[in-house]
Design a protein. Structure first.
Length: 287
């Protein structure tokens, strides 16, 4: 099996983004405890990578026939015939079991949340994509679990900081994913996916996307509001949120694919910048 096929099977770039958010949250949770266990950090990264890769693998197994219909996914290893579903299933099960084992070694809460994440993403969100736009809301839950898992892997209690980390990533996913869905709507329709809020590129979808981006502004300020972060994270989060909101407004005004692309690219920068600023500012406050 070629590395390129494996990377497509596990959606490598998405997996790295997920692991990044979990690792940042682990460091925040570690500072709450007063020390960083770097060996556990490594376990989290490996375990989180495997669990995320397994969920993506199961997703591709379930959607193999639909992937053949879309230009973006027809070259994935299963629909292209370079890998059998049996081979993918064996790899997915191995990654799921070993990844959950590693996270469970950190504590049972992290292990249970990882199992819940796989089940919800692969067996609830995936089939719902053809049924209703509500799939995006369902998918946002496992999509926001990585920072929660990362935090509780270091600090087992689900406290206010854990919920804030979860909340920021949860709300961020809506404009992020709807921007992607707007760009890829023609391709998604070939597989029968209904992912935009109204089911199509129209004013309703643009308004709902804008509203959720607007909601992200106060949510991103929660670390500062509750005193877990200082003014640095507050200012940076506010500026990033306002830029993000402007991009959503441009989409609302123009309703063009090019505007959705800019919102999509903006979302890729938004989350890591806000999370890193929360980490740096939080570390500065607890010293």
């Amino acid at each position: 099996m070629k590395w390129s096929d494996f990377s497509k099977l596990i959606k490598l770039r998405l997996t790295f983004l997920v692991v990044f958010s979990a690792s940042i949250s682990f460091l925040i949770g570690s500072k709450v405890n007063g020390h960083i266990d770097w060996m556990n950090w490594v376990k989290l990264i490996i375990g989180g990578f495997l669990v995320t890769a397994a969920a993506n693998c199961f997703n591709e197994i379930i959607e193999k026939d639909l992937d053949r219909l879309m230009k973006r996914t027809c070259d994935r290893p299963i629909p292209a015939g370079r890998m059998t579903t049996g081979q993918a299933l064996v790899m997915g099960l191995f990654m799921a079991i070993f990844g959950t084992y590693l996270l469970g070694q950190l504590n049972l809460t992290a292990g249970y949340l990882s199992v819940f994440s796989i089940l919800l993403y692969a067996f609830a969100y995936t089939p719902l994509k053809r049924k209703s736009p509500i799939a995006v809301f369902v998918g946002a839950i496992p999509g926001a679990l990585p920072p929660l898992i990362g935090y509780v892997a270091a600090h087992e209690k689900i406290d206010a900081i854990a919920l804030i980390l979860f909340g920021i990533q949860f709300v961020w996913q809506f404009p992020h994913f709807w921007a992607i869905a707007w760009v890829l709507d023609d391709d998604y329709k070939l597989a029968g996916f209904r992912l935009l809020p109204s089911g199509k590129r129209d004013l309703v979808s643009a308004i709902i996307t804008f509203i959720f981006t607007l909601t992200l502004v106060p949510v991103s300020l929660l670390p500062t509001f509750y005193g877990y972060g200082g003014y640095y994270v507050g200012v940076v989060s506010l500026l990033c949120s306002l830029v993000f909101l402007y991009l959503a407004f441009v989409l609302l005004r123009t309703r063009q694919i090019e505007s959705a692309k800019k919102l999509m690219y903006g979302s890729f920068f938004y989350l890591p910048v806000v999370q890193l600023m929360f980490l740096f500012d939080f570390i500065g406050k607890v010293k």
